[in-house]
Design a protein. Structure first.
Length: 88
């Protein structure tokens, strides 16, 4: 098994409900609203540990990391857009 895959901790909705002291239905509702990011595999959901941080931070950690990377590149993207527009 790939080291990256084997190092990712995932939980069932039932485990998350227990950890957060919520009902299982509440966890499914949070998944439905996008407040907890879950991956559906077949008929079951699995929730990466990083997704649970959304409940506490208001941001999904994966999205937070992606935004940080995007912000590093924004200057070069803006320059490229300006260059293309100047050619029109």
């Amino acid at each position: 098994m790939n080291d990256t895959v084997s190092s990712i901790k995932v939980y069932t909705p039932e485990q998350v409900a227990d950890m957060l002291q919520l009902s299982k239905n509440t966890v499914y509702e949070l998944i439905k609203r996008g407040e907890i990011i879950a991956k559906k595999i077949g008929k079951v959901y699995r929730i990466p540990a990083s997704s649970i941080s959304f409940i506490f931070t208001g941001l999904d950690y994966d999205l937070y990391k992606a935004e940080k990377e995007d912000l590093k590149k924004i200057s070069s993207i803006q320059k490229e857009i300006a260059r293309v527009r100047s050619m029109l």
